[in-house]
Design a protein around this ligand. Structure first.
Ligand SMILES: C[S@@+](CC[C@H](N)C(=O)[O-])C[C@H]1O[C@@H](n2cnc3c(N)ncnc32)[C@H](O)[C@@H]1O
Length: 295
């Protein structure tokens, strides 16, 4: 998918990203976390200080699963799905149409932080796994704070716990494969961040950053996704697709032995592979941090 060419920093990555694979993957992942995200949204809606939410910005919405949930939880709000990738925004509006919320739903193709001033004001700004894609997270957060109406809230989904899908010892290769994949992913994440334009190192203490940009920390909660073995076919398929993508993007950050084990795990014919083994599960946590603008 190259429709993104010419839009700033994504250029360096756009060529490597196949949105036809990543789009459905992001969508399934958010769908699997649907209950957790809805619980988070209801937590925000029920805060004693919650303002009437009339406009929501979902920053880095991707395929819009959470944007649509926010439209359902805040029935009086217009929800704007903001993303730099048109192919994902198309998924978002198709979804909003399917779910019958399209009359209160908009998509906005925007490259952040440069397009911040095109977003308009909001009572709720949700940034789900997206702030970390911006080089200067503090400046971006200050930008979000500047868009909030009095009493409005920023919700950041950052941190949490990486998914666990396999036992420590799977009987093939060295025990601890998934922990080594997590370590490799951390290295890749740091590379990704260091290549962002204006990349700036920051202590990722979101509550402290809220305070520094003039928002009052309103609480942090984590939401658990806990699907024990045996997995249903669709969840198993998602786990297979996620691990296939991780093998592809982690490449030489994994040892040859671990890569060979992953090849076996991903082989649909292998009886010890992910398609057949009974011990595949899905356990993960997402953390949501809230910051509020004073009245
Ligand atoms: C990891 S996905 C998160 C998708 C969704 N919020 C979720 O939680 O499922 C990050 C999203 O941020 C978008 N994104 C990354 N950098 C961006 C930028 N500089 N401006 C706008 N969107 C960006 C990507 O296109 C992608 O859809």
């Amino acid at each position: 998918m190259s429709s993104h060419a010419g839009h700033g920093h994504h250029d360096t990555h756009a060529a490597d990203i196949d949105w036809d694979i990543l789009g459905p993957l992001l969508e399934q992942e958010a769908e699997l976390n649907g209950t957790q995200y809805e619980e988070a949204a209801r937590w925000i809606a029920a805060l004693p200080t919650a303002p009437k939410v009339r406009r929501v910005l979902d920053i880095g919405s991707g395929p819009g699963v959470v944007s649509c949930l926010l439209a359902e939880v805040f029935p009086e709000a217009e929800v704007v799905a903001v993303d730099a990738t048109p192919a994902l925004l198309e998924r978002a509006s198709n979804r909003a149409r399917r779910l019958g919320v399209i009359d209160r739903f908009r998509t906005l193709e925007a490259e952040l932080p440069s397009d911040l001033d095109r977003l308009g004001e909001a009572d709720l700004i949700w940034a789900g796994n997206s702030l970390h894609h911006l080089g200067d997270q503090r400046a971006a957060l200050a930008g979000f704070a500047g868009l909030l109406r009095p009493g409005g809230t920023v919700a950041l989904v950052e941190g949490g716990l990486p998914a666990r899908r396999l036992p420590r010892d799977i009987g093939i290769g060295q025990p601890g494969l998934e922990a080594r994949m997590t370590a490799a992913a951390a290295t890749r994440f740091e590379r990704m961040r260091s290549e962002l334009p204006g990349a700036k190192r920051e202590i990722e203490d979101w509550a402290a950053l809220f305070t520094e940009v003039g928002l009052a920390p309103q609480g942090t909660r984590s939401f658990l996704l806990d699907l024990p073995a045996p997995l249903s076919r669709p969840v198993r398929d998602h786990v297979v697709a996620s691990i296939a993508r991780e093998r592809d993007v982690l490449g030489d950050l994994l040892t040859a032995e671990d890569s060979a084990v992953l090849d076996r795990l991903l082989d649909p014919e292998d009886p010890e592979g992910l398609h057949h083994r009974p011990d595949v599960h899905l356990l993960a946590a997402r953390t949501v941090h809230l910051g509020r603008r004073g009245d």
